[in-house]
Unconditional design. Structure first.
Length: 139
């Protein structure tokens, strides 16, 4: 069993989180800065190889009324292309409030958002990963 990679997609920054190999713990991993979509795919492909990732999950931004937003379609298209590029299924998890929760966690830690803008992205990815691991857990 390999690691799970969680992706909090953004147009400029992509937050990442990884599970441990036993898929018990979710940890913020890194935030990648991307120049364009191909750059994002290149960086993600390298991480999948070097970190022995066998499952991928992405946060899907659904509006609070349950409908898609313009960002939802961008994320769906990114996921579709990523699946082809990596030859791996990419699962979706509703990312509602993951960024809000990430802000709350940073505030609790006494950190300011401006100190590390990528921290929100990494923590949001970790929240997405925790939610996914709960959904697939047999316990």
């Amino acid at each position: 069993m390999g690691r799970i990679l969680a992706i909090d997609h953004g147009l400029r920054r992509i937050g990442l989180a990884l599970s441990d190999p036993m898929r018990i713990i979710s940890s913020p991993f890194k935030t990648i800065i991307v120049e364009n979509e191909d750059d994002a795919f290149d960086q993600l492909e390298e991480i999948v190889k070097t970190k022995e990732v066998d499952s991928i999950v992405m946060g899907l931004p659904i509006r609070t009324d349950g409908k898609d937003s313009p960002q939802t379609e961008i994320v769906r298209q990114f996921r579709d292309k990523l699946q082809v590029r990596l030859n791996k299924k990419v699962h979706f998890v509703d990312e509602a409030y993951s960024s809000t929760e990430a802000h709350r966690i940073l505030k609790t830690m006494g950190k300011k958002y401006g100190d590390d803008k990528g921290a929100i992205d990494r923590i949001a990815a970790s929240i997405i990963l925790e939610q996914y691991m709960k959904e697939i857990s047999p316990y």
